[in-house]
Write a protein that binds this ligand. Structure first.
Ligand SMILES: *[C@@H]1O[C@H](CO)[C@@H](O)[C@H](O)[C@H]1NC(C)=O
Ligand SMILES: *[C@@H]1O[C@H](CO)[C@@H](O)[C@H](O)[C@H]1NC(C)=O
Ligand SMILES: *[C@@H]1O[C@H](CO)[C@@H](O)[C@H](O)[C@H]1NC(C)=O
Length: 314
């Protein structure tokens, strides 16, 4: 069974009270947890959700009214962040009350709370590390909470954006879309001979320049046996980013246009009325958009409502 630790009201109650408050009685050890066993409208920690080599922290937010076969959004924080901070600093939880999806907020187990986006384990399908811990929670949500396995999405900021690329590359069978805010191409941080969660300055500073074919090859090598659909991707980057240099935006474009077989020349590149002037939205095909934010540093502010539209939720 899964164990819940809520951060607010429920944390003050003895366990027996919490169990008594759960609808549908006491769960049996073999029956799946029902989504209604998750306390509504509060950030709640879950444990024992499956293989989790690095002990990634995992928190769930389920709205008061959950959609039938709900979509799942995995929202990934930046370095120095936490699940709690990303929950508080975004509107993904509030918007789930409108749209009925469930949110997972993973929390990095590493000092400095970056994600491991550099080790071979994390970059390999079912290879281990942080990415497998996150995917285990997704698999748990599908098996136990009625989540629609075809509507599982990852998104994140900075290190969380890099992890989104990792999940999109290594687990294309799990995720249907990814949104990368101020991140890098899949595999750009790879340092297979260094400890997990190493910082790759060459990539961060935009000095790792590969061809589209080379970038696509990194994606394919994450899961060589896979030949199914790839998650659709939306990437955002600021031109004044001095942490994750803007060259990474163009490397992402090379990678995903090659994976999708699109031209590197956008079909359209336009400003959008809801975005500040200086933002341009380049569309390469149904599965890939790249938004460049002129003069914006690290990181591009979140546009949650638009993300949900891209994901087909809103
Ligand atoms: C990466 O990990 C996979 C799966 O554990 C393993 O098969 C492969 O040999 C590793 N590659 C490198 C370069 O270490
Ligand atoms: C889109 O157009 C803007 C100018 O409006 C330009 O700065 C930007 O580089 C273009 N985006 C891409 C991906 O080519
Ligand atoms: C970018 O343009 C495409 C095509 O018009 C549109 O479908 C999409 O919603 C736009 N993306 C953003 C982030 O505004």
């Amino acid at each position: 069974m899964v164990f819940f630790k809520t951060l607010s009201f429920y944390a003050l109650l003895p366990l027996v009270t919490l169990v008594a408050a759960v609808p549908n009685g006491t769960p049996s050890s073999s029956a799946p947890e029902s989504v209604t066993s998750i306390p509504a409208s509060t950030l709640t920690q879950i444990t024992d959700f499956g293989t989790n080599p690095n002990d990634v922290g995992m928190y769930v937010y389920r709205p008061a009214t959950v959609a039938d076969n709900p979509p799942l959004v995995v929202a990934l924080h930046y370095c120095t962040g936490t699940a709690q901070a990303y929950y508080e600093g975004s509107t993904f939880a509030q918007l789930s009350e409108t749209y009925g999806y469930i949110v997972l907020f993973p929390s990095s187990p590493h000092e400095g709370t970056c994600w491991d986006v550099s080790s071979n384990e994390t970059l390999t399908h079912d290879g281990g590390s942080d990415s497998l811990g996150i995917v285990s929670a997704v698999r748990y949500a599908i098996d136990n909470w009625g989540v629609d396995s075809l509507r599982v999405y990852a998104l994140g900021t900075s290190s969380g954006a890099m992890m989104t690329s990792v999940l999109a590359g290594a687990y294309p069978d799990v995720f249907s879309a990814g949104i990368v805010d101020s991140g890098v191409a899949y595999g750009c941080f790879a340092l297979p001979d260094e400890p997990e969660d190493s910082w790759n300055s060459e990539c961060a500073e935009g000095e790792l320049i590969l061809t589209g074919e080379e970038w696509a090859e990194r994606v394919y090598s994450a899961y060589p046996d896979y030949s199914g659909a790839r998650p659709k991707m939306q990437v955002w980057h600021g031109t004044a980013d001095t942490t994750i240099y803007p060259q990474n935006f163009y490397e992402e474009i090379k990678q995903w246009t090659t994976v999708f077989g699109y031209s590197e020349t956008p079909i359209s590149n336009v400003s959008e009325s809801y975005l500040p002037s200086g933002y341009s939205n380049s569309t390469y095909g149904a599965n890939f958009q790249a938004i460049l934010a002129q003069g914006v540093g690290h990181t591009v502010p979140l546009y949650e409502q638009q993300y949900l539209e891209f994901l087909g939720i809103a």
